[in-house]
Design a protein around this ligand. Structure first.
Ligand SMILES: [Fe+2]
Length: 315
């Protein structure tokens, strides 16, 4: 019987002659196809992770200080209540600019940067990680030979620093599938990679997934908690089969029958399908961070890619 803990975790030895052919990875493809995610452990050496962490921290500081272009900052993923507190995105001088391009406003909110977009342009380590040959080979196996990454001129790779403190505009996210954010595009199927800088736990927050939900025909988010309009050209549903989901996707953070927690160690690489239902639980300890870098890989038509972001998930 497989162990209950750390289900879906596959250890890889990148120094082996043919790492992806190792017996330890024998069940990986089947696990992904059946459950919609896998965690690859051991791909990155400790020194590499230290460098990536340092470079991402420097990029984050540069956004906060306004010493890099505003295009590296982002407000689109933040909790709307934070944006209301902190004021609207500002076109003022960088010195007056606070977190993620927002101004301080009248509320006593400290400046903070939860996101750096296109971070691969600022961090060579992120660029290396995002194009790691073993990861790309594995994605080809799982999605098809012609996989390609979210283009740099669009979001590219995103550095995310989730934390629960008052200064933070991002601490958690409600149920969604990544497909629902771009339902008009023909870039699917796809998969997101998440390289964990911090190990995850109930203390600093963690991923919740519904194994097998990538196989359901999940509707576009016509009904969503943010009352965001879904465009008329959205595909009605996204998933690997025509099977109707056994439950409606909850609008917030409700318990779903069959959901599990996926905990990660520092350096773990999570691959999850873009059709998979997932959410992220908020930290229970205040002085914690949950940092990672992530991007989307796609196997559909690159020519159909454009900026679309239906912000349907609860924050
Ligand atoms: Fe997501």
């Amino acid at each position: 019987m497989p162990a209950i803990a750390e289900v879906g975790v596959f250890a890889v030895d990148p120094t082996a002659p043919d790492p992806l052919a190792a017996p330890a990875l024998a069940g990986l493809d089947e696990f992904y196809r059946r459950h919609g995610f896998v965690v690859l452990r051991g791909l990155y050496p400790a020194e590499f992770l230290d460098r990536l962490e340092r470079e991402c921290g420097e990029a984050q500081q540069a956004v906060l200080a306004g010493t890099v272009s505003e295009r590296y900052g982002s407000t689109q993923y933040l909790d709307a209540r934070y944006l209301d507190r902190a004021g609207q995105p500002s076109a003022t001088a960088p010195s007056e600019r606070a977190s993620n391009g927002t101004t301080h406003g009248s509320a006593d909110v400290e400046a903070y940067v939860n996101y750096v977009e296109h971070v691969e342009e600022l961090s060579p380590a992120v660029r290396e990680a995002a194009t790691h040959p073993l990861m790309v080979e594995l994605l080809r196996r799982l999605l098809g030979a012609d996989v390609w990454m979210s283009p740099s001129e669009n979001a590219g790779v995103v550095y995310q620093d989730a934390r629960p403190g008052r200064e933070s505009g991002y601490s958690r996210i409600g149920w969604h599938s990544d497909w629902q954010a771009m339902p008009s595009l023909d870039v699917w199927p796809g998969s997101a990679f998440t390289l964990h800088v911090d190990a995850t736990s109930p203390a600093n927050g963690f991923l919740r997934v519904v194994p097998g939900s990538h196989r359901w025909a999940t509707p576009a988010p016509y009904r969503n908690i943010n009352n965001v309009a879904v465009p008329a050209d959205a595909r009605p549903s996204g998933g690997y089969t025509d099977a109707e989901p056994p439950y409606e996707m909850p609008l917030g953070f409700e318990k779903i029958p069959g959901e599990i927690a996926v905990y990660a160690e520092r350096g773990d690489l999570l691959l999850h399908d873009a059709y998979l239902w997932h959410s992220a639980a908020r930290a229970t300890e205040n002085a914690t961070t949950r940092r990672h870098v992530r991007a989307g890989y796609y196997s559909g038509d690159p020519a159909s890619y454009r900026d679309q972001f239906i912000k349907n998930a609860a924050r």
